[in-house]
Design a binder for this molecule. Sequence first.
Ligand code: F6R
Length: 605
Amino acid sequence: MCGIVGVVGDDFKVSDVVESLKRLEYRGYDSAGIAYVKDGKIKVFKSVGRIDVLKENLRDRLEDEISAGIAHTRWATHGAPNDTNAHPHTDCTGKIAVVHNGIIENFRELKALLEGLGHKFRSDTDTEVIAHIIEEEYTGDVFEAVMKAIRKLDGAYAIGVVHSDHPDVIVAARKGSPLVVGIGDGFSLIASDITPMLRYTKNFIFLEDGDVALLEDGNVRIFRIDGKAIDREVRRIDLSESVAEKGGYKHFMLKEIMEGPQTLVSAMTGRIKEGFVRIPELDEIDLSNISRINVVACGTSYHAAMFFKYFVEQHTDVDVSVEVASEFRYRRPHVDDKTLTLAISQSGETADTLESVRLAKRLGSNIVAITNVVGSTITREADISIMMNSGPEIGVAATKTYVAQLTVLALLGLQLIKDRGFWSGRHKRILDNLIRMPELFENVLSFSNDIRSVAKKYVNFGHFMYIGRGYGYITAMEGALKLKEISYIHAEAYPAGELKHGPIALLDENFPVFAISPSDSLYLKTKSNMIECKARNARIISVGTFGNDELSDLSDDVLSVPRVADELYPLVMAPIIQLFAYHMADLKGYDPDKPRNLAKSVTVE
Ligand code: F6R
């Protein structure tokens, strides 16, 4: 939640900072602000709303040259989204400005203490205390003051600090919230992730928890919180800036759905050899020696985890338990050194998933993370990280990363099947289907306009019931989540067989059913449930397999995908549920890239 950027060097203008900040808008967008040093003074501008509102308010200053600047896009935690609570926050003198991502847990005590010392607070945020403590500690050296200040903070933070008496300096620190330093020739940068910095540099330092960075133009030094200097590896990441651009699509979400085929290829590359799966990252683990797998994840990643459970339990003797991370971390889970914990998080920064990883580790479990973000916190806490290799996902709703998760999990499942001695012709067929999936995906994506036509018919309905059985239930869960989060339409997901245990009471002509009904081993069962729904006058959109003509008798609208192995229907159907939700949101005039109340990486619990 929240995105921060900072620049220090000779050639920056206000507009550079604002444009960089826009690359992080997916992290939160209820308010935004900037502080920059110009002519030895700090100027601060903040606005409630999107970054474009801030940009408009700055229109006469965008060309101003600055020596250092920090900016922030907010997802409110403490204090309502308004101009005052927007970051940056300043101290009493107006010489110090701070941007912060995270939560300061002891801010009430600190605030009371500071007020007792005469400090005047303007906002309701936890962040403002940071500016005032730095002011309190400042005796002429801003780096020392920040260092002393952060030692007093409990909780999570990534911060950037500027001081008007030190016009060429940014001090940045990280504990629990992501922060990356970009290194250029004569300039340096900070940001919550690399995307805003790609247009300036490809050289990055991923700060570790407890690191404090001192940026003076192009000179970057890293220290630990106890003051000791430390060398951190400078990593070169050769991504082009265009990965974070829309490339002609109306929205990032649409672009990212359309990137599905490439996503599949990237997730499989280097992991299939001589007709079998071999994920090199797993070489250090003996998969034949595991008795249980415990999977923790949230949201879409949780749905991918459920796919893994169904797949692995169907084909091996390994038990797989899957739990929403926010529940797992507060229970007494039965996890030990014979349990492998799999943590799935595209961002690698989800607070509940990270806490679950820490808990499982304390209980003796080995941790394998599946993530998309190089250098993310989870990659540092896990014993092994399997990267999804999808490139940055900017749309807030997970789309291509869901596809990548399913792909990596299918590969992992296939490797387990082989390593535990269950491999058969059936598994060869699944792998063959997976290898062909990019092509099958292209085919499904080409029906985007048909999916939009179906969406047009349903855009005014206020409720949807998504149903499916087996692997179809996974698609139903993910379909309902996508629809509700970006089009704000109430959508429930139920195993089709559960309908008659209560939810069928909801159905009537105003409550359509989205039936995931591929021609798999459970098709006839799902078909019976569709007939029951029809008998309640519910309209039905079915998602089936090409060639199943009876679906048009059973349903009002039919969307179809190519035939694949039962296990892979969640993959080939992913574009259907994603495009349906996308078109519904777009038809309703909502911005699917920035759904209300949501942010891309949920770094608070
Ligand atoms: C839904 C969505 C969220 C995330 C969830 C977990 O489209 O994006 O439900 O899946 O917040 O995020 P990660 O995978 O980053 O841990």
